[in-house]
Design a protein around this ligand. Structure first.
Ligand code: SAH
Ligand code: AVI
Length: 336
């Protein structure tokens, strides 16, 4: 089901925000994730629940932290390569998955609109407030483009992609590809490829394996913003499911490098015995002091292995760029 939840259309401003699916299904999904995730071993919750309005703003703050390098590295590559991406992709439609504020995307929009002034921009995200703000701001700034924002979960089948076959560019920035488990990443790449036509392009940002000390600093910053971001998950659960007997301060933020799986992990460790209930769904939650919940994985890639995986999913590697320090990669891939 698709419903327009906000929009503006004058000769100068063209944007709308569509809700794909229903609010009820969002709530039902949170309930299902909590019911299965909290009894799993180890207990775990999907990262999408970080991104309520506060979580999205905290993530935005993270992107500006001195320790959190990925956003600056991706911006560096985009600034150098946006024109080349526009020429190679010949895109007249840009779809951005997990778009958030679309801050860096403006570098790409500048380049794309130089060749396709009436570009269609389709940002897609679960975070409605940040998505709406970005849609309004971008429609105001680029007077000829149309912004068709989608509130949707990229874990679901993608809605049919608008625009001309062969002239679509699907961007997935931020290293968010690293937040999937391996099987989820494969399923995601299949879904994205199936939604695309031959000749369409995927622009994929991925963080690379590096010194674990730098990674630990990036996921446990000195100002404690990442800790707040992680603890906000408890805030979301208690608000949405009427949690009683549990507060964010009952947990400590833990960041760990998992060398075997070359991924950063964020955990929440109980500081005390938890004996709580999610009253809205009548679900007790008992956790001994010291027990941990896995709240996020962030896989760091070997670029050669990632490209091999992408080829196996039906993409040809048009180009793969890194920033000057070799921290981060941006790959342009053509659907074949
Ligand atoms: N692309 C931006 C934001 C990255 S943060 C950047 O590069 O800075 C991850 C983004 O993905 C957030 O905006 C979050 O709301 C969104 N997100 C997380 N899980 C999602 C899901 N399952 N479906 C759609 N969007 C999701
Ligand atoms: C959105 N995602 C790619 C971020 C990451 O680095 O995995 C989320 C994040 N978690 C902690 N800091 C930032």
């Amino acid at each position: 089901m698709t419903a327009v939840i906000a929009g503006g259309a004058t000769t100068e401003l063209r944007w709308r925000v569509n809700h794909v699916g229903s609010m009820l299904s969002t709530r039902a999904r949170l309930e299902a994730d909590v019911r299965t995730g909290l009894v799993a071993s180890p207990p775990t919750l999907p990262p999408r629940w970080f991104y309520d309005e506060r979580g999205s703003r905290l993530f935005d703050e993270i992107t500006r932290l001195p320790e959190y390098y990925p956003t600056r590295r991706e911006t560096e590559i985009l600034a150098a390569r946006a024109n080349e991406i526009a020429i190679r992709s010949e895109a007249s439609t840009l779809v951005e998955l997990g778009s958030g504020t679309s801050a860096k995307t403006r570098l790409l929009l500048d380049a794309l609109t130089a060749y396709a002034p009436d570009l269609l921009f389709v940002p897609l995200d679960v975070s409605v407030e940040v998505l709406t703000e970005a849609a309004v701001e971008i429609a105001g700034r680029y007077r000829d483009i149309a912004v068709d924002a989608l509130v949707a979960d990229f874990g679901d089948p993608l809605p049919p992609l608008p625009g001309d076959e062969g002239r679509r560019l699907v961007a997935f920035f931020g290293g968010t590809i690293g937040n999937f488990q391996t099987h989820e990443r494969h399923a995601f790449l299949d879904r994205v490829r199936q939604a695309m036509a031959p000749g369409d392009h995927l622009l994929l940002g991925a963080d690379l394996i590096k010194d674990p000390n730098r990674l630990l600093a990036a996921y446990d910053d000195s100002r404690g913003v990442t800790a707040e971001f992680n603890l906000n998950l408890i805030e979301v659960l208690t608000r949405e499911l009427d949690g009683r007997g549990v507060r964010p301060n009952d947990f400590a933020h833990v960041a760990r490098w998992n060398a075997d799986k070359h991924r950063m992990e964020m955990w929440l460790r109980a500081r005390c015995d938890i004996d709580a209930i999610f009253a809205a769904i009548d679900l007790p939650w008992v956790l001994p002091a010291g027990a941990e919940i896995l709240t996020e994985i962030s896989v760091k890639f070997d670029l050669g292995a990632l490209h091999k995986e992408l080829r196996a999913h039906g993409f040809a590697v048009t180009a793969g760029w890194m920033d000057r320090r070799g921290d981060y990669s941006l790959s342009l891939l053509r659907a074949i």
